[in-house]
Design a protein around this ligand. Structure first.
Ligand code: ADP
Ligand code: TRP
Length: 321
């Protein structure tokens, strides 16, 4: 199995990214023949206009991912913009992509509604994503539900391309992470940097404490029995717990006697127990930027070999030199 997933460097990693993206991908890579994580910095250009911010976000993302435990021996970690074949293949694919297919893309419409400029790049975003995937003969792409349509567009483009030119590309399968929970944010909606309701992975201890203590709850007093299922503190806390521990905590909620303040303190402790070692690792990595660069260099080298081979096949298939 060859698997790849991309992430845009558009903000610091939060708890939702960890449980919904990082941890499942680390697990996937343990059983994959090839596991790739791509920092989608060319995609980020569709929404980010500040060069200094983009540069530092890419660096932060590399640090965050390595600190979270991607093993460079198992995972090929690289920046999209280091491999020029992504944009070259995107052009080839775009000549085969019906406008109507892209016009139906929900994420384009949503972004434009949010006020993002409707550039040709934003419109072509799914074509670049298709190139990211087929450049590496990827058969499985683990994505969340929000990326399902992009995967379907990829498949449509590649089937069309293969029909026109001798099946040169691998049609990928999307693997929707049904078993991965949607992590709620501090306000109970889906945790997302665009809602400003995140709990960061690597912020200062104070920042994390403030975010956790700020999780919105109802106003039940300490002694009152509480409903765990509808409580964001509980729903976040259970991500850190085994099945038995979750049941024990739920029983405490239902019995009454556990106030929300104390429930949040318990969550903070669980948070630090889990992320403490990663936070320490990040601090150490930050002191050794050359080590991070060498992981990226190694990843880029491996990715580049495959990307070049695919492009040679594609150029030949379409009739170019
Ligand atoms: P954000 O919503 O903060 O902008 P992204 O869209 O950049 O996050 O998501 C990066 C990855 O993290 C995606 O694979 C996405 O599915 C996952 N992810 C983001 N937020 C959550 C969440 N609240 N719960 C589960 N997974 C999430
Ligand atoms: N569009 C994806 C997101 O916003 C990021 C991405 C870029 C990606 N290229 C990819 C995901 C290739 C999977 C495969 O989350």
């Amino acid at each position: 199995m060859r698997t790849l997933s991309g992430i845009q460097p558009s903000g610091k990693l939060h708890l939702g990214n960890y449980f919904g993206y990082v941890r499942p991908n680390i697990e996937w890579h343990k059983k994959a023949d090839v596991g790739m994580i791509m920092i989608a910095d060319l995609h980020a250009l569709t929404t980010m206009r500040d060069p200094a911010l983009l540069r530092s976000s890419i660096e932060d993302m590399m640090l965050d991912l390595l600190a979270c435990g991607f093993d460079p021996a198992k995972t090929i970690l690289f920046r999209q913009s280091d491999i020029p074949e992504h944009t070259e293949l995107m052009w080839m694919l775009s000549t085969m992509t019906p406008m109507g297919l892209l016009e139906r893309a929900v994420s384009f419409k949503e972004k434009v509604e949010k006020g993002i400029a409707a550039s040709a790049g934003l419109f072509n975003y799914p074509v670049l994503q298709a190139a990211d995937i087929v450049l590496y003969d990827i058969d499985k792409v683990p994505v969340g539900k929000d990326q399902q349509q992009h995967l379907e567009i990829t498949r449509d483009i590649i089937v069309k391309f293969n029909n026109a030119y001798d099946d040169v590309l691998v049609v990928p399968e999307g693997v929707i992470k049904e078993d991965v929970a949607v992590v709620p944010g501090t306000d109970g909606q889906k945790m997302s940097k665009s809602y400003g309701n995140t709990i960061p992975l690597f912020g200062s201890e104070k920042e994390i404490q403030k975010a956790i203590m700020g999780i919105v709850t109802d106003s039940k007093g300490v002694a009152e029995p509480k409903d765990p299922e509808s409580c964001s503190v509980f729903n976040i806390h259970k991500l850190f717990l085994s099945k038995t521990e979750t049941e024990e905590l739920a029983a405490k909620y239902k019995a009454g006697g556990l106030g929300y303040g104390d429930a949040k303190k318990l969550l903070f402790t669980a948070y630090m127990d889990t992320f403490g070692p990663m936070r320490q690792k990040r601090e150490e990595l930050q002191k050794k930027p050359q080590d991070i660069q060498s992981v990226i260099d190694e990843g880029t080298k491996k990715a580049s070999v495959v990307a070049k081979a695919t492009m040679a096949k594609v150029r030949k298939a379409v009739g170019l030199r």
